[in-house]
Write a protein that binds this ligand. Sequence first.
Ligand code: NAD
Ligand code: FE2
Length: 381
Amino acid sequence: MLDAFSAQLPVEIAFGDGVVASLPDVLIRFGVKRPFVVMEEPVAQLDPVVAALAGRPECGRFTKAAGEPTFVQFEACVEALRASGADGIVAIGGGSAIDLARGTRAVVGHDSTCADVLAGRVPPVAPHVPLVAVPTTSGTGADLTGAFVIRTADGRKRAFGHPLLRCQATLVDPLLTLGLPRAPTLHGGVDAAAHCIAACMVTNRSPLSIAIGCEGLRHAAAGLATTVRDGSDLDARRQMSLASLCGGLAINLADCSAEHALAHGLAGLHHLPHGLAVGLMLAECLETNRPARVEELERIADALGHPAGGAGDGRRGIEAVRALLASVAFPVCDAVGVTDDGLQRVVEITLSDYCITTNPVPWGAAEVEDAFRRAISLAGR
Ligand SMILES: NC(=O)c1ccc[n+]([C@@H]2O[C@H](COP(=O)([O-])OP(=O)(O)OC[C@H]3O[C@@H](n4cnc5c(N)ncnc54)[C@H](O)[C@@H]3O)[C@@H](O)[C@H]2O)c1
Ligand SMILES: [Fe+2]
Protein backbone atom coordinates (compact mmCIF):
# COMPACT_ATOMS: atom_id res chain seq x y z
CA MET A 1 0.00 0.00 0.00
CA LEU A 2 1.17 3.52 -0.73
CA ASP A 3 1.09 5.98 2.17
CA ALA A 4 -0.84 9.24 1.84
CA PHE A 5 1.15 12.47 1.43
CA SER A 6 0.63 16.10 0.57
CA ALA A 7 2.88 18.75 -0.97
CA GLN A 8 2.76 22.42 -1.84
CA LEU A 9 5.57 24.14 -3.72
CA PRO A 10 4.51 27.52 -4.98
CA VAL A 11 7.95 28.97 -5.87
CA GLU A 12 8.37 30.00 -9.53
CA ILE A 13 11.61 28.53 -10.87
CA ALA A 14 13.76 29.49 -13.85
CA PHE A 15 16.94 27.49 -14.49
CA GLY A 16 19.63 27.96 -17.10
CA ASP A 17 22.59 29.93 -18.37
CA GLY A 18 21.82 33.65 -18.29
CA VAL A 19 18.40 33.47 -16.59
CA VAL A 20 19.44 36.27 -14.23
CA ALA A 21 18.81 38.63 -17.17
CA SER A 22 15.09 37.96 -16.73
CA LEU A 23 15.12 39.59 -13.26
CA PRO A 24 13.60 42.92 -14.42
CA ASP A 25 10.73 41.07 -16.14
CA VAL A 26 10.12 38.87 -13.11
CA LEU A 27 9.96 41.94 -10.88
CA ILE A 28 7.49 43.64 -13.23
CA ARG A 29 5.33 40.50 -13.19
CA PHE A 30 5.23 40.56 -9.39
CA GLY A 31 4.39 44.28 -9.44
CA VAL A 32 7.74 45.38 -7.97
CA LYS A 33 8.66 48.94 -9.00
CA ARG A 34 11.11 49.74 -6.20
CA PRO A 35 13.26 46.68 -5.35
CA PHE A 36 15.49 46.47 -2.29
CA VAL A 37 18.58 44.33 -2.88
CA VAL A 38 20.46 42.18 -0.36
CA MET A 39 23.84 40.83 -1.43
CA GLU A 40 27.52 40.54 -0.56
CA GLU A 41 30.33 42.50 -2.18
CA PRO A 42 31.87 39.72 -4.34
CA VAL A 43 28.47 39.03 -5.88
CA ALA A 44 27.65 42.71 -6.48
CA GLN A 45 30.62 42.84 -8.83
CA LEU A 46 29.50 40.03 -11.14
CA ASP A 47 28.78 41.54 -14.59
CA PRO A 48 25.48 39.69 -15.21
CA VAL A 49 24.25 40.85 -11.77
CA VAL A 50 25.17 44.47 -12.48
CA ALA A 51 23.41 44.25 -15.85
CA ALA A 52 20.27 42.63 -14.43
CA LEU A 53 19.94 45.22 -11.66
CA ALA A 54 20.30 48.06 -14.15
CA GLY A 55 17.06 46.88 -15.76
CA ARG A 56 14.98 47.67 -12.66
CA PRO A 57 16.91 50.27 -10.63
CA GLU A 58 17.04 49.65 -6.90
CA CYS A 59 15.58 51.94 -4.26
CA GLY A 60 17.84 50.54 -1.56
CA ARG A 61 20.61 48.05 -1.00
CA PHE A 62 22.00 46.19 2.00
CA THR A 63 25.55 45.01 1.50
CA LYS A 64 25.87 42.03 3.77
CA ALA A 65 29.13 41.25 5.54
CA ALA A 66 30.49 37.73 4.95
CA GLY A 67 29.38 35.01 7.33
CA GLU A 68 26.17 33.76 8.87
CA PRO A 69 23.55 36.39 9.67
CA THR A 70 23.56 37.65 13.25
CA PHE A 71 20.86 39.56 15.17
CA VAL A 72 22.91 42.74 14.71
CA GLN A 73 22.97 42.23 10.95
CA PHE A 74 19.25 41.51 10.88
CA GLU A 75 18.47 44.68 12.81
CA ALA A 76 20.57 46.78 10.41
CA CYS A 77 18.93 45.17 7.38
CA VAL A 78 15.43 45.62 8.84
CA GLU A 79 16.14 49.31 9.41
CA ALA A 80 17.45 49.76 5.85
CA LEU A 81 14.46 47.97 4.32
CA ARG A 82 11.99 50.01 6.40
CA ALA A 83 13.66 53.28 5.41
CA SER A 84 13.75 52.36 1.71
CA GLY A 85 10.02 52.22 1.05
CA ALA A 86 10.68 49.24 -1.22
CA ASP A 87 7.84 47.20 -2.68
CA GLY A 88 9.89 44.03 -3.24
CA ILE A 89 13.15 42.34 -2.22
CA VAL A 90 15.82 40.69 -4.33
CA ALA A 91 18.33 38.43 -2.56
CA ILE A 92 21.39 37.64 -4.64
CA GLY A 93 24.04 35.37 -3.19
CA GLY A 94 24.57 32.30 -1.09
CA GLY A 95 22.31 30.88 1.58
CA SER A 96 23.36 33.50 4.09
CA ALA A 97 22.25 36.46 1.92
CA ILE A 98 18.96 34.75 1.06
CA ASP A 99 18.38 33.96 4.75
CA LEU A 100 19.05 37.56 5.74
CA ALA A 101 16.57 38.83 3.15
CA ARG A 102 13.96 36.25 4.18
CA GLY A 103 14.24 36.95 7.90
CA THR A 104 14.14 40.70 7.29
CA ARG A 105 11.02 40.43 5.19
CA ALA A 106 9.39 38.28 7.88
CA VAL A 107 9.37 41.18 10.31
CA VAL A 108 9.17 44.38 8.24
CA GLY A 109 5.56 45.42 7.78
CA HIS A 110 4.47 43.32 10.76
CA ASP A 111 5.75 45.36 13.68
CA SER A 112 7.73 42.47 15.12
CA THR A 113 11.40 41.58 15.53
CA CYS A 114 13.54 38.70 14.38
CA ALA A 115 13.77 37.48 17.97
CA ASP A 116 9.95 37.41 18.14
CA VAL A 117 9.71 35.34 14.96
CA LEU A 118 12.46 32.92 16.04
CA ALA A 119 10.88 32.42 19.45
CA GLY A 120 7.47 31.78 17.88
CA ARG A 121 6.01 34.78 19.76
CA VAL A 122 4.24 36.01 16.62
CA PRO A 123 2.20 33.84 14.26
CA PRO A 124 3.71 33.57 10.75
CA VAL A 125 1.87 35.93 8.43
CA ALA A 126 1.98 36.47 4.68
CA PRO A 127 4.90 38.78 3.87
CA HIS A 128 4.08 42.35 2.83
CA VAL A 129 6.28 42.34 -0.30
CA PRO A 130 7.50 39.67 -2.76
CA LEU A 131 10.97 38.12 -2.49
CA VAL A 132 12.94 37.00 -5.53
CA ALA A 133 16.12 34.96 -5.03
CA VAL A 134 19.12 34.61 -7.29
CA PRO A 135 21.38 31.92 -5.79
CA THR A 136 25.08 32.32 -6.60
CA THR A 137 26.27 29.23 -4.73
CA SER A 138 25.14 25.69 -5.41
CA GLY A 139 24.30 24.04 -2.17
CA THR A 140 21.86 25.24 0.43
CA GLY A 141 18.68 25.35 -1.64
CA ALA A 142 17.73 28.34 0.55
CA ASP A 143 16.05 29.87 -2.50
CA LEU A 144 13.44 27.09 -2.31
CA THR A 145 12.96 26.65 1.44
CA GLY A 146 10.95 28.86 3.77
CA ALA A 147 13.65 28.85 6.44
CA PHE A 148 16.24 31.29 7.71
CA VAL A 149 19.16 30.68 10.05
CA ILE A 150 20.75 33.05 12.57
CA ARG A 151 23.96 32.74 14.56
CA THR A 152 23.25 33.90 18.11
CA ALA A 153 25.74 35.67 20.37
CA ASP A 154 26.45 32.40 22.26
CA GLY A 155 27.51 30.74 18.98
CA ARG A 156 24.33 28.70 18.49
CA LYS A 157 22.55 28.49 15.22
CA ARG A 158 18.82 29.07 15.42
CA ALA A 159 16.43 28.53 12.55
CA PHE A 160 12.84 29.33 11.78
CA GLY A 161 10.86 28.11 8.81
CA HIS A 162 7.35 28.43 7.45
CA PRO A 163 5.89 27.93 3.96
CA LEU A 164 4.70 31.56 3.97
CA LEU A 165 8.32 32.68 4.08
CA ARG A 166 9.28 31.08 0.77
CA CYS A 167 10.42 33.24 -2.12
CA GLN A 168 7.97 33.98 -4.90
CA ALA A 169 10.58 33.18 -7.55
CA THR A 170 14.12 31.90 -7.93
CA LEU A 171 16.44 32.42 -10.89
CA VAL A 172 19.03 29.64 -10.89
CA ASP A 173 21.80 30.73 -13.23
CA PRO A 174 24.84 28.40 -13.31
CA LEU A 175 26.95 31.11 -14.99
CA LEU A 176 26.88 33.06 -11.71
CA THR A 177 28.62 30.24 -9.87
CA LEU A 178 31.69 30.06 -12.13
CA GLY A 179 33.80 32.20 -9.79
CA LEU A 180 32.70 30.60 -6.54
CA PRO A 181 35.86 29.70 -4.56
CA ARG A 182 36.78 26.07 -3.88
CA ALA A 183 35.73 25.88 -0.20
CA PRO A 184 32.10 27.04 -0.63
CA THR A 185 31.92 24.93 -3.81
CA LEU A 186 32.93 21.82 -1.85
CA HIS A 187 30.87 22.49 1.26
CA GLY A 188 27.77 23.61 -0.63
CA GLY A 189 28.00 20.72 -3.07
CA VAL A 190 28.04 18.16 -0.27
CA ASP A 191 25.20 20.01 1.47
CA ALA A 192 23.12 19.74 -1.71
CA ALA A 193 23.81 15.99 -1.91
CA ALA A 194 22.92 15.64 1.79
CA HIS A 195 19.56 17.34 1.17
CA CYS A 196 18.82 14.92 -1.68
CA ILE A 197 19.75 11.97 0.54
CA ALA A 198 17.78 13.20 3.56
CA ALA A 199 14.67 13.64 1.41
CA CYS A 200 14.82 9.89 0.68
CA MET A 201 15.33 8.91 4.32
CA VAL A 202 13.20 11.06 6.65
CA THR A 203 9.92 10.04 8.25
CA ASN A 204 8.00 12.51 6.07
CA ARG A 205 9.60 11.37 2.78
CA SER A 206 7.22 10.73 -0.10
CA PRO A 207 7.44 9.35 -3.66
CA LEU A 208 7.92 12.97 -4.80
CA SER A 209 10.76 13.79 -2.40
CA ILE A 210 12.52 10.50 -3.23
CA ALA A 211 12.18 11.03 -6.99
CA ILE A 212 13.54 14.58 -6.83
CA GLY A 213 16.22 13.61 -4.29
CA CYS A 214 17.49 10.78 -6.52
CA GLU A 215 17.46 13.03 -9.59
CA GLY A 216 19.49 15.61 -7.63
CA LEU A 217 21.98 12.91 -6.63
CA ARG A 218 22.49 11.96 -10.28
CA HIS A 219 23.51 15.55 -10.99
CA ALA A 220 25.67 15.82 -7.86
CA ALA A 221 27.52 12.65 -8.89
CA ALA A 222 28.05 14.13 -12.35
CA GLY A 223 29.31 17.53 -11.20
CA LEU A 224 30.74 17.59 -7.69
CA ALA A 225 34.30 16.30 -8.18
CA THR A 226 34.82 18.36 -11.33
CA THR A 227 33.58 21.65 -9.83
CA VAL A 228 35.84 21.15 -6.83
CA ARG A 229 38.84 20.44 -9.08
CA ASP A 230 38.06 23.05 -11.73
CA GLY A 231 35.47 25.68 -10.87
CA SER A 232 35.54 27.06 -14.41
CA ASP A 233 34.01 23.88 -15.88
CA LEU A 234 30.62 25.20 -16.92
CA ASP A 235 28.96 21.86 -17.51
CA ALA A 236 29.91 20.67 -14.02
CA ARG A 237 28.63 23.97 -12.58
CA ARG A 238 25.32 23.39 -14.36
CA GLN A 239 25.10 19.92 -12.82
CA MET A 240 25.68 21.33 -9.34
CA SER A 241 23.21 24.19 -9.76
CA LEU A 242 20.61 21.60 -10.71
CA ALA A 243 21.62 19.32 -7.80
CA SER A 244 21.18 22.28 -5.46
CA LEU A 245 17.79 23.10 -6.95
CA CYS A 246 16.65 19.47 -6.62
CA GLY A 247 17.97 19.33 -3.04
CA GLY A 248 16.07 22.49 -2.11
CA LEU A 249 12.87 21.15 -3.64
CA ALA A 250 13.35 17.75 -2.04
CA ILE A 251 13.76 19.11 1.50
CA ASN A 252 10.71 21.28 0.93
CA LEU A 253 8.76 18.16 0.07
CA ALA A 254 10.28 16.36 3.06
CA ASP A 255 12.89 17.49 5.60
CA CYS A 256 16.45 16.85 6.77
CA SER A 257 17.56 14.30 9.35
CA ALA A 258 20.18 13.56 12.03
CA GLU A 259 23.18 14.69 9.94
CA HIS A 260 21.68 18.22 9.88
CA ALA A 261 20.72 18.17 13.56
CA LEU A 262 24.28 17.18 14.49
CA ALA A 263 25.76 19.65 11.99
CA HIS A 264 23.77 22.57 13.40
CA GLY A 265 25.26 22.00 16.86
CA LEU A 266 28.77 21.42 15.52
CA ALA A 267 28.76 24.38 13.15
CA GLY A 268 27.67 26.70 15.93
CA LEU A 269 30.20 25.49 18.50
CA HIS A 270 33.18 25.16 16.16
CA HIS A 271 32.37 28.00 13.75
CA LEU A 272 32.26 25.67 10.76
CA PRO A 273 30.52 26.38 7.45
CA HIS A 274 27.16 24.61 7.27
CA GLY A 275 28.03 22.18 4.45
CA LEU A 276 31.35 21.25 6.04
CA ALA A 277 29.64 20.28 9.30
CA VAL A 278 26.99 18.29 7.41
CA GLY A 279 29.59 16.38 5.36
CA LEU A 280 31.62 15.50 8.46
CA MET A 281 28.65 13.62 9.94
CA LEU A 282 26.77 12.40 6.86
CA ALA A 283 27.97 8.81 6.33
CA GLU A 284 28.05 7.95 10.04
CA CYS A 285 24.46 9.10 10.53
CA LEU A 286 23.40 7.00 7.54
CA GLU A 287 25.06 3.96 9.13
CA THR A 288 22.90 4.29 12.24
CA ASN A 289 19.75 4.76 10.15
CA ARG A 290 20.54 1.99 7.63
CA PRO A 291 18.39 -0.86 9.03
CA ALA A 292 15.30 1.35 8.78
CA ARG A 293 15.91 2.50 5.18
CA VAL A 294 17.43 -0.38 3.21
CA GLU A 295 15.39 0.14 0.04
CA GLU A 296 16.00 3.90 0.02
CA LEU A 297 19.76 3.43 0.47
CA GLU A 298 19.84 1.04 -2.48
CA ARG A 299 18.11 3.73 -4.58
CA ILE A 300 20.63 6.30 -3.35
CA ALA A 301 23.46 3.98 -4.48
CA ASP A 302 21.88 3.66 -7.93
CA ALA A 303 21.36 7.43 -8.23
CA LEU A 304 25.01 8.02 -7.33
CA GLY A 305 26.04 5.53 -10.02
CA HIS A 306 27.52 3.00 -7.59
CA PRO A 307 28.18 -0.49 -9.04
CA ALA A 308 25.34 -2.98 -8.60
CA GLY A 309 25.69 -5.96 -6.31
CA GLY A 310 26.14 -6.36 -2.61
CA ALA A 311 23.80 -7.97 -0.12
CA GLY A 312 20.88 -5.64 -0.87
CA ASP A 313 21.00 -4.45 2.75
CA GLY A 314 21.55 -0.74 2.06
CA ARG A 315 25.30 -0.81 2.73
CA ARG A 316 25.86 0.03 -0.95
CA GLY A 317 24.18 3.42 -0.43
CA ILE A 318 26.59 4.26 2.37
CA GLU A 319 29.55 3.04 0.29
CA ALA A 320 28.36 5.32 -2.54
CA VAL A 321 28.20 8.32 -0.20
CA ARG A 322 31.66 7.50 1.19
CA ALA A 323 32.97 7.26 -2.40
CA LEU A 324 31.47 10.67 -3.23
CA LEU A 325 33.14 12.23 -0.16
CA ALA A 326 36.44 10.53 -1.01
CA SER A 327 36.27 11.78 -4.61
CA VAL A 328 36.54 15.35 -3.35
CA ALA A 329 38.93 14.54 -0.48
CA PHE A 330 36.33 15.78 1.97
CA PRO A 331 38.05 16.54 5.28
CA VAL A 332 37.63 14.40 8.38
CA CYS A 333 36.91 15.88 11.82
CA ASP A 334 40.54 15.80 12.95
CA ALA A 335 41.64 17.94 9.98
CA VAL A 336 39.25 20.75 10.91
CA GLY A 337 39.82 20.64 14.68
CA VAL A 338 36.65 18.80 15.70
CA THR A 339 37.36 16.56 18.70
CA ASP A 340 35.15 15.26 21.49
CA ASP A 341 35.59 18.53 23.39
CA GLY A 342 32.12 19.91 24.00
CA LEU A 343 30.51 16.61 23.05
CA GLN A 344 27.81 16.84 25.70
CA ARG A 345 26.82 20.28 24.43
CA VAL A 346 26.66 18.95 20.85
CA VAL A 347 24.45 16.09 22.02
CA GLU A 348 22.16 18.50 23.87
CA ILE A 349 21.81 20.85 20.87
CA THR A 350 21.31 17.94 18.46
CA LEU A 351 18.49 16.49 20.52
CA SER A 352 16.71 19.86 20.61
CA ASP A 353 17.02 20.41 16.84
CA TYR A 354 13.97 20.12 14.59
CA CYS A 355 15.78 17.84 12.12
CA ILE A 356 16.14 15.09 14.74
CA THR A 357 12.35 14.87 14.89
CA THR A 358 12.13 13.73 11.25
CA ASN A 359 15.06 11.28 11.45
CA PRO A 360 14.07 7.82 10.14
CA VAL A 361 14.22 6.35 13.66
CA PRO A 362 14.13 8.06 17.06
CA TRP A 363 17.59 9.01 18.34
CA GLY A 364 18.57 9.59 21.95
CA ALA A 365 21.89 10.73 23.41
CA ALA A 366 23.47 7.29 22.83
CA GLU A 367 22.84 7.35 19.06
CA VAL A 368 24.08 10.93 18.69
CA GLU A 369 27.22 10.21 20.67
CA ASP A 370 27.88 6.97 18.81
CA ALA A 371 27.59 8.55 15.34
CA PHE A 372 29.71 11.50 16.45
CA ARG A 373 32.44 9.24 17.90
CA ARG A 374 32.59 7.19 14.71
CA ALA A 375 32.95 10.40 12.70
CA ILE A 376 35.76 11.78 14.85
CA SER A 377 37.63 8.48 14.78
CA LEU A 378 38.04 8.58 10.96
CA ALA A 379 41.66 9.02 9.89
CA GLY A 380 40.84 9.73 6.24
CA ARG A 381 38.27 9.25 3.49
N1 NAD B 1 17.50 28.74 4.55
C1 NAD B 1 17.86 27.51 4.40
O1 NAD B 1 17.04 26.65 4.11
C2 NAD B 1 19.30 27.13 4.60
C3 NAD B 1 19.69 25.81 4.35
C4 NAD B 1 21.03 25.48 4.53
C5 NAD B 1 21.94 26.46 4.94
N2 NAD B 1 21.50 27.73 5.18
C6 NAD B 1 22.45 28.79 5.56
O2 NAD B 1 23.14 29.18 4.39
C7 NAD B 1 24.45 29.63 4.73
C8 NAD B 1 25.50 28.97 3.85
O3 NAD B 1 25.22 29.34 2.54
P1 NAD B 1 26.28 29.16 1.37
O4 NAD B 1 26.95 27.86 1.49
O5 NAD B 1 25.54 29.45 0.12
O6 NAD B 1 27.40 30.23 1.70
P2 NAD B 1 27.41 31.80 1.98
O7 NAD B 1 26.11 32.44 1.73
O8 NAD B 1 27.99 31.99 3.33
O9 NAD B 1 28.45 32.31 0.88
C9 NAD B 1 29.80 31.85 0.93
C10 NAD B 1 30.74 32.92 0.46
O10 NAD B 1 30.82 32.87 -0.94
C11 NAD B 1 30.69 34.18 -1.50
N3 NAD B 1 30.03 34.01 -2.78
C12 NAD B 1 28.76 33.59 -2.99
N4 NAD B 1 28.54 33.45 -4.30
C13 NAD B 1 29.68 33.76 -4.93
C14 NAD B 1 30.07 33.76 -6.30
N5 NAD B 1 29.23 33.37 -7.26
N6 NAD B 1 31.31 34.14 -6.60
C15 NAD B 1 32.19 34.49 -5.62
N7 NAD B 1 31.90 34.48 -4.30
C16 NAD B 1 30.65 34.12 -3.97
C17 NAD B 1 29.89 34.95 -0.50
O11 NAD B 1 30.16 36.34 -0.62
C18 NAD B 1 30.37 34.35 0.81
O12 NAD B 1 31.49 35.01 1.29
C19 NAD B 1 24.65 29.36 6.19
O13 NAD B 1 24.45 30.57 6.88
C20 NAD B 1 23.54 28.36 6.51
O14 NAD B 1 23.13 28.42 7.85
C21 NAD B 1 20.23 28.08 4.99
FE1 FE2 C 1 21.94 21.81 4.57
